[in-house]
Design a protein around this ligand. Structure first.
Ligand SMILES: Cc1ncc(C[n+]2csc(CCOP(=O)(O)OP(=O)(O)O)c2C)c(N)n1
Ligand SMILES: [Mg+2]
Length: 564
């Protein structure tokens, strides 16, 4: 179709509302007031839900959770005074390569530099956390700029985008022009394209893997973005190669699969690091090979022979010099590799697979007591173990950072390829609003969020949003009365044991989150005995309203640190 062929006179608001609907957007997350006229047009012309939330950062996190759960861009918005709060919320989406599109109000050329109320130049602040950061200064540009926003968000390695609309509240949307609200459905979802790998590089990589006696795959978030989990597991099975994942790639293979060795890196499981560090060849698929996944390049150490597969050619060999590499989409690349793979070579790795499984068994034995502990207050390991057993097969599990990331990354196992796992890329407080966004995007799937109490406090006000919008996610709070991941660090700086007064640096008042949840209109369940966890989870999942399971855990419990 010729762009602009069906132009007609319309307002920017009408055009934007039609385009968002056309791209399949079902929810937008905002703090008023920005693009007010567009909101009115959304009501008249579309069935997009307009969620008015309690802060711009949580609006961005909800959009991020929505995006990671659906693969469709998540939309968040703020007027000029909230713009940097929104930018702060894009930082996790940037780190996790999540396609979030942020709209903000911006400056009028007529009044720039005159000390306009609430105004600063926000655009530069979006630069480090976006793939595309632009201003919309003329209403006639709505169609092409919105298309570019979607195109940039979902293409290649996905990521956040920012459009600043002229006017502190984006009042440019009131203006009229001859426009066509044309959408490109191709760019409504990740991935728009699946670049095919070239034959020679596939063969070179296969040769390395097939000749190796002790190879390991490290699968990252690129596998989940590509929807390539099935193909990854199939190749690993064909060639008999153990699979570790990054935290972001944890749902590339169920934790109960015989070739799965766990999450490697810093917030990891001991068995995964041990297997990676005993491997003679490491095959990185869709991972940045960053500090978290490699425990600051000690797992494996730089120089270990590596094969790398990535959609972004600039990622290939960035941290680990490669003996072979492939540029392509993970799903089509893994499919092609499996077609060409020599299954007969698998026998060469029999002893290695047995060794990897022994290492996994040793881990299970080492943590069995903690995973099944009846201790009161509850051990976090037991909490994770109960979730492994009782989270539904089709659930989306959403996990905060810090100890939450360590506990769940290391102790929780996905039981089914239908489960999804999404984690904070580093920001404490991300998971609770992200879980709500995920539930908006996938209302038919159970969403179970795991957060610490410090993480939950950040955006606890969004419980009211969840109740008002009937976002029936389940939030499990590992409630130990403080941010106890910090304990070890403070012990260290106090020369071994911190003073009693030092606890003011990381503890809070004890709190009953179940009671707060009930006051706000959610279901609140307080759990003080681990045996009550399965029933609590079942009740929460069936509640037909948002639910908070407030689990009272041991403030002295510290997650195991990474082994090398
Ligand atoms: C935005 C942000 N600020 C600070 C931190 C550092 N940080 C990591 S974990 C943590 C405390 C976590 O406390 P809680 O959520 O209660 O979990 P717990 O360690 O108690 O299990 C802090 C402050 C962070 N990751 N992100
Ligand atoms: Mg805590």
């Amino acid at each position: 179709m010729q762009i602009g062929h069906n132009r007609k006179k319309m307002t920017g608001a009408q055009c934007l509302a039609d385009m968002l609907q056309g791209y399949g957007v079902t929810h937008v997350f905002h703090v008023p007031a920005v693009l007010r006229t567009t909101y009115a047009e959304m009501e008249r012309r579309t069935d997009i839900k307009r969620l008015h939330v309690h802060g711009e950062k949580s609006a961005a996190y909800m959009a991020d959770g929505y995006a990671r759960a659906t693969g469709k861009p998540g939309i968040c918005m703020a007027q000029v005074i909230g713009a940097l709060n929104l930018a702060a919320g894009l930082r996790d989406a940037w780190l996790a390569h999540s396609p979030v599109i942020a709209f903000t109000g911006g400056r009028e050329a007529k009044t720039k530099f005159r000390k306009v109320y609430q105004e600063v130049d926000d655009v530069p602040a979006f630069e480090p956390v976006t793939k595309f950061n632009a201003t919309v200064d003329d209403v006639a540009r709505f169609p092409d700029m919105v298309r570019q926003a979607f195109r940039a968000a979902v293409s290649g390695t996905p990521g956040p985008v920012h459009l600043q609309f002229r006017g502190n509240e984006g009042q440019i949307d009131l203006e009229e022009a001859e426009m066509e609200p044309l959408v490109e459905p191709l760019f409504a979802k990740v991935p728009p394209f699946r670049p095919q790998p070239d034959h020679a590089s596939v063969n070179a990589a296969l040769k390395q893997l097939q000749e190796a006696e002790r190879p390991v795959i490290v699968a990252g978030g690129g596998v989940r973005a590509s929807g390539a989990a099935h193909e990854l597991v199939a190749l690993a099975e064909t060639l008999q190669i153990p699979v570790a994942t990054s935290l972001n790639g944890k749902d590339s293979i169920p934790g109960v699969h015989p070739l799965a060795v766990g999450v490697c890196g810093t917030y990891s499981r001991e068995s995964a690091n041990r297997v990676v560090n005993r491997a003679d060849l490491v095959c990185f698929i869709g991972t940045e090979t960053g500090g978290m996944t490699t425990h600051f390049w000690a797992v494996p150490e730089i120089g270990r022979p590596a094969v790398q597969i990535d959609i972004d050619p600039e990622a290939l060999g960035r941290n680990y010099p490669v003996v072979a590499c492939i540029n392509g989409d993970a799903k089509v690349t893994l499919t092609k590799m499996r077609e060409l793979a020599d299954a007969g070579s698998a026998g060469r790795r029999k002893a290695w697979v047995a060794e990897a499984q022994k290492i996994c068994d040793e881990w299970r034995q080492k943590y069995k007591a903690a995973l099944t502990s009846d201790a009161v207050p509850i051990r976090p390991e037991r909490l994770c173990h109960e979730l492994t057993q009782h989270v539904p097969d089709d659930a989306i599990v959403v996990v905060d950072t810090g100890h939450a990331g360590m506990w769940m990354g290391g102790m929780y196992d996905l039981r089914s390829p239908k489960q999804s796992y999404m984690r904070s890329a580093g920001h404490l407080g991300w998971a609770f609003p992200a879980g709500l966004g995920a539930k908006c995007g996938c209302p038919e799937r159970p969403v179970v969020t795991f957060t610490g109490d410090a993480g939950f406090w950040y955006h606890i006000g969004e419980l009211e949003t969840a109740v008002r919008w009937k976002i029936n996610a389940v939030t499990v709070v590992n409630n130990n009365g403080g941010g106890n991941q910090s304990k070890r660090g403070f012990d260290r700086v106090y020369g071994g044991t911190q003073t009693e007064k030092a606890r003011e640096l990381w503890t809070f008042n004890k709190m009953n989150f179940a009671r707060i949840a009930e006051d706000i209109g959610a279901l609140g369940i307080r759990v003080e005995d681990a045996k009550a966890l399965p029933a609590a989870l079942a009740q929460a999942l069936a509640a037909n309203r948002p639910a908070v399971i407030d689990v009272v855990t041991d403030i002295e419990a510290l997650a195991p640190v990474a082994v090398t």
